[in-house]
Design a protein around this ligand. Structure first.
Ligand SMILES: *[C@@H]1O[C@H](CO)[C@@H](O)[C@H](O)[C@H]1NC(C)=O
Ligand SMILES: *[C@@H]1O[C@H](CO)[C@@H](O)[C@H](O)[C@H]1NC(C)=O
Ligand SMILES: *[C@@H]1O[C@H](CO)[C@@H](O)[C@H](O)[C@H]1NC(C)=O
Ligand SMILES: *[C@@H]1O[C@H](CO)[C@@H](O)[C@H](O)[C@H]1NC(C)=O
Ligand SMILES: *[C@@H]1O[C@H](CO)[C@@H](O)[C@H](O)[C@H]1NC(C)=O
Length: 448
Protein backbone atom coordinates (compact mmCIF):
# COMPACT_ATOMS: atom_id res chain seq x y z
CA UNK A 1 0.00 0.00 0.00
CA UNK A 2 3.05 2.26 -0.14
CA UNK A 3 2.17 5.48 -1.88
CA UNK A 4 4.97 7.73 -2.96
CA UNK A 5 8.33 7.87 -1.28
CA UNK A 6 7.57 9.23 2.27
CA UNK A 7 8.65 6.71 4.88
CA UNK A 8 5.73 5.58 6.99
CA UNK A 9 7.36 6.29 10.37
CA UNK A 10 7.42 10.03 9.54
CA UNK A 11 3.65 10.03 9.10
CA UNK A 12 3.16 8.27 12.41
CA UNK A 13 5.52 10.70 14.11
CA UNK A 14 3.65 13.67 12.65
CA UNK A 15 0.26 12.38 13.87
CA UNK A 16 1.70 11.75 17.31
CA UNK A 17 2.96 15.33 17.50
CA UNK A 18 -0.46 16.57 16.36
CA UNK A 19 -2.27 14.59 19.05
CA UNK A 20 0.18 15.73 21.75
CA UNK A 21 -0.32 19.30 20.58
CA UNK A 22 -4.09 18.96 20.99
CA UNK A 23 -3.95 17.39 24.43
CA UNK A 24 -3.72 20.65 26.42
CA UNK A 25 -6.78 21.90 24.54
CA UNK A 26 -8.84 18.81 25.31
CA UNK A 27 -9.28 19.39 29.01
CA UNK A 28 -8.56 22.64 30.81
CA UNK A 29 -6.80 22.01 34.10
CA UNK A 30 -5.62 25.56 34.88
CA UNK A 31 -7.06 28.98 34.05
CA UNK A 32 -5.89 29.80 30.52
CA UNK A 33 -4.15 33.19 30.28
CA UNK A 34 -6.54 34.33 27.58
CA UNK A 35 -9.49 34.08 29.98
CA UNK A 36 -7.86 36.67 32.26
CA UNK A 37 -6.23 38.76 29.53
CA UNK A 38 -9.58 39.31 27.81
CA UNK A 39 -11.80 39.47 30.89
CA UNK A 40 -14.38 42.28 30.71
CA UNK A 41 -13.70 45.48 32.62
CA UNK A 42 -16.77 47.14 34.11
CA UNK A 43 -17.83 50.76 34.61
CA UNK A 44 -20.45 50.96 37.36
CA UNK A 45 -22.79 53.97 37.18
CA UNK A 46 -21.60 57.01 39.16
CA UNK A 47 -24.86 57.11 41.14
CA UNK A 48 -25.38 53.39 41.66
CA UNK A 49 -25.82 52.63 45.34
CA UNK A 50 -25.76 48.87 44.87
CA UNK A 51 -22.25 47.55 44.46
CA UNK A 52 -20.91 44.06 43.71
CA UNK A 53 -21.45 41.81 46.71
CA UNK A 54 -19.75 38.90 48.40
CA UNK A 55 -21.56 35.73 47.35
CA UNK A 56 -21.07 33.74 50.61
CA UNK A 57 -22.02 36.72 52.84
CA UNK A 58 -25.22 37.17 50.86
CA UNK A 59 -26.23 33.62 51.76
CA UNK A 60 -25.38 34.26 55.40
CA UNK A 61 -27.85 37.13 55.56
CA UNK A 62 -30.68 34.93 54.29
CA UNK A 63 -32.84 32.02 55.40
CA UNK A 64 -34.41 29.38 53.16
CA UNK A 65 -38.12 30.07 52.58
CA UNK A 66 -40.76 28.07 50.76
CA UNK A 67 -44.14 29.69 50.04
CA UNK A 68 -43.15 32.71 52.16
CA UNK A 69 -42.43 30.65 55.27
CA UNK A 70 -39.14 29.45 56.68
CA UNK A 71 -38.64 25.72 56.11
CA UNK A 72 -40.31 23.86 58.95
CA UNK A 73 -37.35 21.67 59.92
CA UNK A 74 -35.15 24.66 59.09
CA UNK A 75 -31.69 23.29 58.32
CA UNK A 76 -28.67 25.32 59.38
CA UNK A 77 -27.81 27.31 56.28
CA UNK A 78 -24.21 27.22 55.28
CA UNK A 79 -22.85 28.50 52.01
CA UNK A 80 -21.06 25.19 51.51
CA UNK A 81 -24.17 23.10 51.69
CA UNK A 82 -26.77 25.27 49.95
CA UNK A 83 -27.50 22.44 47.53
CA UNK A 84 -28.94 20.39 50.40
CA UNK A 85 -31.95 22.72 49.99
CA UNK A 86 -32.74 21.15 46.61
CA UNK A 87 -34.51 18.27 48.37
CA UNK A 88 -37.26 20.76 49.33
CA UNK A 89 -37.98 21.65 45.69
CA UNK A 90 -36.98 24.38 43.26
CA UNK A 91 -39.25 27.00 44.82
CA UNK A 92 -36.86 27.69 47.68
CA UNK A 93 -35.90 31.33 48.08
CA UNK A 94 -32.92 32.65 50.01
CA UNK A 95 -34.90 35.26 51.90
CA UNK A 96 -33.39 38.21 53.71
CA UNK A 97 -33.50 37.73 57.48
CA UNK A 98 -33.98 41.47 57.96
CA UNK A 99 -36.94 43.35 56.51
CA UNK A 100 -35.33 44.72 53.36
CA UNK A 101 -37.43 47.89 53.34
CA UNK A 102 -35.07 48.97 56.13
CA UNK A 103 -32.21 48.67 53.59
CA UNK A 104 -29.66 46.76 55.69
CA UNK A 105 -26.00 47.56 55.03
CA UNK A 106 -25.13 44.28 53.27
CA UNK A 107 -27.53 45.02 50.38
CA UNK A 108 -25.12 47.75 49.22
CA UNK A 109 -22.17 45.40 48.62
CA UNK A 110 -18.55 46.60 48.56
CA UNK A 111 -17.26 49.64 46.67
CA UNK A 112 -14.20 48.75 44.56
CA UNK A 113 -10.96 50.68 45.19
CA UNK A 114 -9.45 52.97 42.52
CA UNK A 115 -7.87 50.01 40.70
CA UNK A 116 -11.30 48.36 40.56
CA UNK A 117 -10.42 45.65 43.10
CA UNK A 118 -12.57 44.35 45.95
CA UNK A 119 -10.80 43.47 49.18
CA UNK A 120 -13.44 41.80 51.26
CA UNK A 121 -15.72 40.19 48.68
CA UNK A 122 -15.82 37.67 45.88
CA UNK A 123 -18.55 38.94 43.57
CA UNK A 124 -17.51 37.20 40.35
CA UNK A 125 -17.44 33.57 39.23
CA UNK A 126 -15.92 32.63 35.87
CA UNK A 127 -17.26 29.40 34.40
CA UNK A 128 -15.51 27.86 31.38
CA UNK A 129 -17.46 25.58 29.06
CA UNK A 130 -15.36 23.57 26.62
CA UNK A 131 -17.07 23.06 23.29
CA UNK A 132 -16.03 21.16 20.18
CA UNK A 133 -13.67 22.67 17.60
CA UNK A 134 -11.39 24.27 20.20
CA UNK A 135 -14.13 26.64 21.30
CA UNK A 136 -14.23 27.76 24.92
CA UNK A 137 -17.13 29.84 26.22
CA UNK A 138 -16.06 31.87 29.26
CA UNK A 139 -19.02 33.07 31.33
CA UNK A 140 -18.14 35.93 33.68
CA UNK A 141 -20.91 36.02 36.31
CA UNK A 142 -21.34 39.14 38.43
CA UNK A 143 -23.23 39.16 41.70
CA UNK A 144 -24.97 42.08 43.40
CA UNK A 145 -27.06 41.63 46.56
CA UNK A 146 -29.73 44.07 45.33
CA UNK A 147 -31.24 45.12 42.03
CA UNK A 148 -32.98 48.47 42.07
CA UNK A 149 -35.61 48.67 39.31
CA UNK A 150 -36.71 51.70 37.30
CA UNK A 151 -38.47 54.74 38.73
CA UNK A 152 -40.78 57.19 36.93
CA UNK A 153 -37.84 59.18 35.53
CA UNK A 154 -36.89 56.03 33.60
CA UNK A 155 -40.24 55.58 31.85
CA UNK A 156 -40.50 56.96 28.31
CA UNK A 157 -43.23 59.48 27.47
CA UNK A 158 -46.13 59.28 27.17
CA UNK A 159 -46.39 56.19 29.41
CA UNK A 160 -44.84 58.18 32.26
CA UNK A 161 -48.07 60.23 32.30
CA UNK A 162 -50.28 57.16 32.56
CA UNK A 163 -48.62 55.94 35.75
CA UNK A 164 -50.28 57.83 38.57
CA UNK A 165 -48.67 58.83 41.85
CA UNK A 166 -45.16 57.66 41.03
CA UNK A 167 -42.47 59.88 42.42
CA UNK A 168 -38.84 59.92 41.34
CA UNK A 169 -36.97 57.55 43.64
CA UNK A 170 -39.99 55.23 43.94
CA UNK A 171 -38.51 52.19 42.22
CA UNK A 172 -40.38 49.21 40.75
CA UNK A 173 -39.06 45.78 39.80
CA UNK A 174 -36.59 45.66 42.70
CA UNK A 175 -35.28 42.34 43.88
CA UNK A 176 -32.87 40.86 46.37
CA UNK A 177 -29.99 39.04 44.64
CA UNK A 178 -28.89 39.90 41.09
CA UNK A 179 -26.89 37.67 38.75
CA UNK A 180 -25.62 39.27 35.55
CA UNK A 181 -23.09 38.04 33.02
CA UNK A 182 -20.92 38.48 30.00
CA UNK A 183 -19.88 35.56 27.87
CA UNK A 184 -16.73 35.71 25.78
CA UNK A 185 -16.33 33.00 23.15
CA UNK A 186 -12.76 31.93 22.36
CA UNK A 187 -11.63 29.85 19.42
CA UNK A 188 -8.10 28.47 19.70
CA UNK A 189 -7.59 30.92 22.57
CA UNK A 190 -8.56 33.94 20.46
CA UNK A 191 -11.69 35.93 21.38
CA UNK A 192 -14.43 35.84 18.74
CA UNK A 193 -17.31 37.77 20.33
CA UNK A 194 -19.04 38.76 23.54
CA UNK A 195 -22.56 38.59 24.98
CA UNK A 196 -23.93 41.26 27.35
CA UNK A 197 -26.83 40.22 29.61
CA UNK A 198 -29.65 42.80 29.81
CA UNK A 199 -32.86 42.00 31.70
CA UNK A 200 -34.60 39.05 30.03
CA UNK A 201 -32.30 39.13 27.00
CA UNK A 202 -29.14 41.02 25.94
CA UNK A 203 -26.83 42.01 23.14
CA UNK A 204 -23.97 40.38 21.22
CA UNK A 205 -20.90 42.01 19.66
CA UNK A 206 -18.28 40.46 17.42
CA UNK A 207 -14.83 41.03 18.90
CA UNK A 208 -13.47 43.15 16.09
CA UNK A 209 -16.62 45.20 15.55
CA UNK A 210 -15.39 48.54 16.83
CA UNK A 211 -18.77 50.16 16.21
CA UNK A 212 -20.30 47.69 18.67
CA UNK A 213 -17.83 47.46 21.55
CA UNK A 214 -14.83 49.36 22.85
CA UNK A 215 -11.74 47.91 24.53
CA UNK A 216 -9.36 48.93 27.23
CA UNK A 217 -6.13 47.28 26.09
CA UNK A 218 -7.18 43.72 25.29
CA UNK A 219 -10.25 43.80 27.51
CA UNK A 220 -13.81 44.55 26.42
CA UNK A 221 -15.47 47.46 28.22
CA UNK A 222 -18.83 46.94 29.92
CA UNK A 223 -21.16 49.65 31.23
CA UNK A 224 -23.33 48.45 34.09
CA UNK A 225 -26.68 50.29 34.23
CA UNK A 226 -27.59 52.12 37.42
CA UNK A 227 -29.54 49.89 39.77
CA UNK A 228 -30.46 47.13 37.32
CA UNK A 229 -26.83 46.23 36.50
CA UNK A 230 -27.82 45.30 32.94
CA UNK A 231 -24.61 45.23 30.87
CA UNK A 232 -24.16 47.48 27.83
CA UNK A 233 -21.25 47.93 25.44
CA UNK A 234 -21.65 51.73 25.54
CA UNK A 235 -22.46 54.51 28.01
CA UNK A 236 -25.62 56.61 27.81
CA UNK A 237 -29.37 55.90 27.87
CA UNK A 238 -30.57 52.53 26.63
CA UNK A 239 -34.22 51.70 26.03
CA UNK A 240 -35.30 48.22 27.09
CA UNK A 241 -38.71 46.53 26.97
CA UNK A 242 -39.91 49.33 24.64
CA UNK A 243 -40.69 51.82 27.38
CA UNK A 244 -38.00 51.81 30.08
CA UNK A 245 -34.61 53.49 30.17
CA UNK A 246 -31.38 52.18 31.66
CA UNK A 247 -28.66 54.73 32.26
CA UNK A 248 -24.95 53.91 32.19
CA UNK A 249 -21.86 56.05 32.57
CA UNK A 250 -18.12 55.82 33.23
CA UNK A 251 -18.67 56.13 36.96
CA UNK A 252 -16.60 53.71 39.00
CA UNK A 253 -14.21 51.06 37.75
CA UNK A 254 -14.76 47.43 38.74
CA UNK A 255 -12.30 44.78 37.64
CA UNK A 256 -14.47 41.71 38.23
CA UNK A 257 -11.58 39.24 38.36
CA UNK A 258 -9.98 40.98 41.35
CA UNK A 259 -10.82 38.56 42.88
CA UNK A 260 -12.89 35.85 41.15
CA UNK A 261 -13.47 32.12 41.38
CA UNK A 262 -12.61 30.18 38.21
CA UNK A 263 -14.19 26.88 37.21
CA UNK A 264 -14.70 24.49 34.35
CA UNK A 265 -18.15 23.04 33.97
CA UNK A 266 -19.35 20.11 31.93
CA UNK A 267 -23.13 20.41 31.51
CA UNK A 268 -23.43 16.80 30.27
CA UNK A 269 -22.03 15.37 33.52
CA UNK A 270 -22.92 18.35 35.75
CA UNK A 271 -19.29 18.37 36.89
CA UNK A 272 -18.04 21.72 38.20
CA UNK A 273 -14.31 21.76 38.89
CA UNK A 274 -12.58 24.61 40.72
CA UNK A 275 -9.47 25.78 38.88
CA UNK A 276 -8.42 28.79 40.91
CA UNK A 277 -8.18 28.96 43.76
CA UNK A 278 -8.40 25.18 43.87
CA UNK A 279 -10.39 25.63 47.07
CA UNK A 280 -13.04 27.82 45.44
CA UNK A 281 -16.44 26.68 46.74
CA UNK A 282 -18.45 24.56 44.30
CA UNK A 283 -21.58 23.52 46.15
CA UNK A 284 -23.43 26.86 45.70
CA UNK A 285 -23.49 26.32 41.93
CA UNK A 286 -25.82 23.32 42.35
CA UNK A 287 -28.44 25.24 44.33
CA UNK A 288 -31.64 25.29 42.26
CA UNK A 289 -33.61 27.96 44.11
CA UNK A 290 -33.81 31.75 44.05
CA UNK A 291 -31.05 34.02 45.34
CA UNK A 292 -33.40 36.50 46.99
CA UNK A 293 -36.86 36.97 48.49
CA UNK A 294 -39.78 35.61 46.51
CA UNK A 295 -42.07 38.25 44.99
CA UNK A 296 -44.13 39.44 47.94
CA UNK A 297 -47.86 38.69 47.66
CA UNK A 298 -50.14 41.67 47.04
CA UNK A 299 -51.35 41.71 50.63
CA UNK A 300 -47.81 42.13 51.97
CA UNK A 301 -47.44 45.76 53.11
CA UNK A 302 -44.11 45.96 51.25
CA UNK A 303 -45.66 45.11 47.89
CA UNK A 304 -47.19 47.62 45.47
CA UNK A 305 -48.52 47.20 41.94
CA UNK A 306 -48.35 49.72 39.12
CA UNK A 307 -51.98 50.18 38.00
CA UNK A 308 -52.91 48.87 34.51
CA UNK A 309 -49.46 47.38 33.89
CA UNK A 310 -49.17 44.92 36.75
CA UNK A 311 -45.55 45.85 37.40
CA UNK A 312 -44.57 44.99 40.98
CA UNK A 313 -42.44 46.96 43.39
CA UNK A 314 -40.66 43.75 44.41
CA UNK A 315 -40.01 40.80 42.13
CA UNK A 316 -38.49 37.42 42.98
CA UNK A 317 -34.77 36.91 43.37
CA UNK A 318 -33.28 35.20 40.27
CA UNK A 319 -31.97 31.68 40.06
CA UNK A 320 -28.25 31.07 39.71
CA UNK A 321 -25.64 30.85 36.92
CA UNK A 322 -26.42 27.25 36.00
CA UNK A 323 -29.75 28.45 34.55
CA UNK A 324 -28.24 31.08 32.25
CA UNK A 325 -28.19 28.90 29.11
CA UNK A 326 -24.59 27.76 29.38
CA UNK A 327 -24.76 25.62 26.23
CA UNK A 328 -25.23 27.94 23.27
CA UNK A 329 -24.87 27.53 19.55
CA UNK A 330 -24.12 31.18 19.20
CA UNK A 331 -23.20 34.10 21.46
CA UNK A 332 -26.82 34.60 22.47
CA UNK A 333 -28.92 31.97 24.27
CA UNK A 334 -30.63 29.60 21.81
CA UNK A 335 -34.14 30.63 22.77
CA UNK A 336 -35.59 34.10 23.10
CA UNK A 337 -37.94 34.66 26.06
CA UNK A 338 -41.63 34.52 25.13
CA UNK A 339 -43.21 37.96 24.79
CA UNK A 340 -46.01 38.82 27.19
CA UNK A 341 -49.36 40.18 26.00
CA UNK A 342 -48.91 43.52 27.73
CA UNK A 343 -45.28 43.73 26.58
CA UNK A 344 -46.40 43.26 22.97
CA UNK A 345 -49.17 45.87 23.29
CA UNK A 346 -46.71 48.40 24.74
CA UNK A 347 -44.24 47.67 21.94
CA UNK A 348 -46.90 48.24 19.26
CA UNK A 349 -48.16 51.38 20.96
CA UNK A 350 -44.66 52.83 21.37
CA UNK A 351 -43.76 52.19 17.73
CA UNK A 352 -46.97 53.93 16.61
CA UNK A 353 -46.32 56.70 19.09
CA UNK A 354 -42.97 57.40 17.43
CA UNK A 355 -44.57 58.08 14.05
CA UNK A 356 -48.18 59.05 14.50
CA UNK A 357 -49.58 59.27 18.00
CA UNK A 358 -47.27 61.90 19.46
CA UNK A 359 -49.19 64.74 21.09
CA UNK A 360 -52.33 62.64 21.54
CA UNK A 361 -53.22 61.85 25.14
CA UNK A 362 -52.54 58.11 25.61
CA UNK A 363 -55.92 57.68 27.32
CA UNK A 364 -57.65 59.01 24.23
CA UNK A 365 -55.79 56.40 22.16
CA UNK A 366 -56.61 53.53 24.53
CA UNK A 367 -60.28 54.48 24.85
CA UNK A 368 -60.63 55.02 21.07
CA UNK A 369 -59.15 51.57 20.39
CA UNK A 370 -61.46 49.96 22.95
CA UNK A 371 -64.48 51.78 21.51
CA UNK A 372 -63.47 50.80 17.99
CA UNK A 373 -63.12 47.13 19.02
CA UNK A 374 -66.45 47.19 20.85
CA UNK A 375 -68.30 48.73 17.92
CA UNK A 376 -66.68 46.37 15.41
CA UNK A 377 -67.51 43.35 17.55
CA UNK A 378 -71.07 44.49 18.02
CA UNK A 379 -71.54 45.15 14.29
CA UNK A 380 -70.01 41.80 13.36
CA UNK A 381 -72.22 39.88 15.77
CA UNK A 382 -75.26 41.90 14.75
CA UNK A 383 -74.62 41.36 11.05
CA UNK A 384 -74.07 37.65 11.40
CA UNK A 385 -77.14 37.21 13.60
CA UNK A 386 -79.66 39.44 11.88
CA UNK A 387 -78.76 39.45 8.27
CA UNK A 388 -77.74 35.95 7.39
CA UNK A 389 -79.86 32.96 8.30
CA UNK A 390 -76.76 30.79 7.88
CA UNK A 391 -74.85 32.90 10.38
CA UNK A 392 -77.76 32.63 12.78
CA UNK A 393 -77.66 28.86 12.53
CA UNK A 394 -73.88 28.89 13.11
CA UNK A 395 -74.25 30.98 16.19
CA UNK A 396 -76.98 28.78 17.60
CA UNK A 397 -74.93 25.65 16.96
CA UNK A 398 -71.84 27.16 18.45
CA UNK A 399 -73.77 28.04 21.57
CA UNK A 400 -75.05 24.51 21.93
CA UNK A 401 -71.44 23.41 21.72
CA UNK A 402 -72.03 21.43 18.54
CA UNK A 403 -69.91 22.47 15.69
CA UNK A 404 -69.79 20.53 12.54
CA UNK A 405 -66.45 20.15 10.83
CA UNK A 406 -65.57 23.05 8.61
CA UNK A 407 -67.33 25.68 10.65
CA UNK A 408 -65.41 25.14 13.87
CA UNK A 409 -63.62 28.39 13.30
CA UNK A 410 -66.92 30.15 12.86
CA UNK A 411 -67.68 29.84 16.56
CA UNK A 412 -69.38 33.16 17.16
CA UNK A 413 -67.07 36.01 17.97
CA UNK A 414 -69.32 37.00 20.84
CA UNK A 415 -69.00 33.52 22.36
CA UNK A 416 -65.25 33.58 21.87
CA UNK A 417 -64.93 36.91 23.64
CA UNK A 418 -67.08 35.68 26.52
CA UNK A 419 -64.99 32.50 26.75
CA UNK A 420 -61.82 34.52 26.82
CA UNK A 421 -63.06 36.70 29.66
CA UNK A 422 -64.23 33.67 31.63
CA UNK A 423 -60.90 31.88 31.22
CA UNK A 424 -59.05 35.00 32.18
CA UNK A 425 -61.16 35.57 35.25
CA UNK A 426 -60.62 31.98 36.31
CA UNK A 427 -56.89 32.34 35.85
CA UNK A 428 -56.84 35.43 38.00
CA UNK A 429 -58.85 33.78 40.72
CA UNK A 430 -56.52 30.82 40.84
CA UNK A 431 -53.35 32.76 41.15
CA UNK A 432 -52.80 35.00 44.11
CA UNK A 433 -49.90 36.75 42.41
CA UNK A 434 -51.31 37.14 38.98
CA UNK A 435 -49.30 39.74 37.12
CA UNK A 436 -49.08 40.74 33.51
CA UNK A 437 -45.32 40.64 33.92
CA UNK A 438 -45.14 43.56 31.60
CA UNK A 439 -41.77 45.01 31.28
CA UNK A 440 -39.34 43.01 33.26
CA UNK A 441 -40.83 39.82 34.58
CA UNK A 442 -37.65 38.94 36.50
CA UNK A 443 -39.19 35.66 37.50
CA UNK A 444 -36.06 33.64 37.95
CA UNK A 445 -35.95 31.44 34.91
CA UNK A 446 -36.95 34.26 32.60
CA UNK A 447 -33.67 35.97 33.08
CA UNK A 448 -30.77 34.99 30.89
C1 LIG B 1 -26.54 61.66 40.67
O1 LIG B 1 -27.52 61.99 41.66
C2 LIG B 1 -27.57 63.38 41.98
C3 LIG B 1 -28.55 63.54 43.12
O2 LIG B 1 -29.72 62.83 42.89
C4 LIG B 1 -27.95 64.17 40.75
O3 LIG B 1 -27.96 65.55 41.05
C5 LIG B 1 -26.94 63.91 39.65
O4 LIG B 1 -27.33 64.56 38.46
C6 LIG B 1 -26.81 62.41 39.39
N1 LIG B 1 -25.73 62.18 38.45
C7 LIG B 1 -25.89 61.41 37.37
C8 LIG B 1 -24.70 61.25 36.51
O5 LIG B 1 -26.92 60.82 37.13
C1 LIG C 1 -24.46 22.70 56.61
O1 LIG C 1 -23.18 22.85 57.21
C2 LIG C 1 -23.24 23.31 58.55
C3 LIG C 1 -21.83 23.55 59.07
O2 LIG C 1 -20.87 23.43 58.11
C4 LIG C 1 -23.92 22.26 59.41
O3 LIG C 1 -24.02 22.72 60.74
C5 LIG C 1 -25.31 22.02 58.85
O4 LIG C 1 -25.96 20.99 59.56
C6 LIG C 1 -25.27 21.68 57.38
N1 LIG C 1 -26.62 21.64 56.90
C7 LIG C 1 -27.07 20.69 56.09
C8 LIG C 1 -28.51 20.77 55.71
O5 LIG C 1 -26.38 19.79 55.66
C1 LIG D 1 -41.20 45.82 56.86
O1 LIG D 1 -41.05 47.20 57.17
C2 LIG D 1 -42.08 48.03 56.67
C3 LIG D 1 -41.73 49.46 57.01
O2 LIG D 1 -40.41 49.75 56.73
C4 LIG D 1 -43.40 47.62 57.28
O3 LIG D 1 -44.44 48.38 56.71
C5 LIG D 1 -43.67 46.13 57.00
O4 LIG D 1 -44.81 45.72 57.67
C6 LIG D 1 -42.48 45.29 57.42
N1 LIG D 1 -42.75 43.94 56.95
C7 LIG D 1 -42.41 42.85 57.64
C8 LIG D 1 -42.76 41.54 57.01
O5 LIG D 1 -41.84 42.91 58.68
C1 LIG E 1 -15.59 42.03 55.57
O1 LIG E 1 -16.70 41.16 55.47
C2 LIG E 1 -17.09 40.58 56.67
C3 LIG E 1 -18.16 39.55 56.38
O2 LIG E 1 -19.16 40.09 55.59
C4 LIG E 1 -17.54 41.68 57.64
O3 LIG E 1 -17.91 41.10 58.87
C5 LIG E 1 -16.40 42.66 57.83
O4 LIG E 1 -16.85 43.74 58.62
C6 LIG E 1 -15.91 43.19 56.51
N1 LIG E 1 -14.72 43.99 56.71
C7 LIG E 1 -14.52 45.13 56.06
C8 LIG E 1 -13.22 45.83 56.34
O5 LIG E 1 -15.32 45.60 55.29
C1 LIG F 1 -14.94 16.07 37.35
O1 LIG F 1 -13.85 16.56 36.59
C2 LIG F 1 -12.60 16.42 37.24
C3 LIG F 1 -11.52 17.02 36.38
O2 LIG F 1 -12.01 17.68 35.27
C4 LIG F 1 -12.30 14.96 37.48
O3 LIG F 1 -11.07 14.84 38.19
C5 LIG F 1 -13.42 14.37 38.31
O4 LIG F 1 -13.22 12.99 38.44
C6 LIG F 1 -14.76 14.60 37.63
N1 LIG F 1 -15.82 14.14 38.52
C7 LIG F 1 -16.87 13.47 38.08
C8 LIG F 1 -17.87 13.09 39.13
O5 LIG F 1 -17.04 13.19 36.91
Amino acid sequence: MARGGKPRYLEVFASLLFVLGLLPLLAISAVPDYVKDHAPIIWLHSNDSFMPSDIPSHAQHTKAFKRFKPLADSPVLDFNNLSSLNQYGKDIYLTAVENITTMPEWLFGETPDVTGALHNSTACAVVLIERKDQIVDAFYFYFYSFDEGADITQVLPPLNKILPDSKPGDHFGNHVGDWEHNMVRFKDGVPVGIWYSQHAWGEACLWNDEACLSKQGDRPVVYSARGSHANYPSAGSHVHDAALIDVADKGRLWDPIQPAWFYTYDPSTDNLTALEPETAPTDWFSFLGGWGDQQYPDDDPRQQTVPYFGLKKYNSGPNGPRFKHLLRKDLMPDEKPKPTLMGTLVRIYMSWYGCCLRGINPWVVVISILLFLAVTTFLAVFTVRRLTPVGKRWLTRARKGKHASGIGSAKGLGTKVTDWFTRRKRRQEHSSEYSMGLLDPREGEDEV
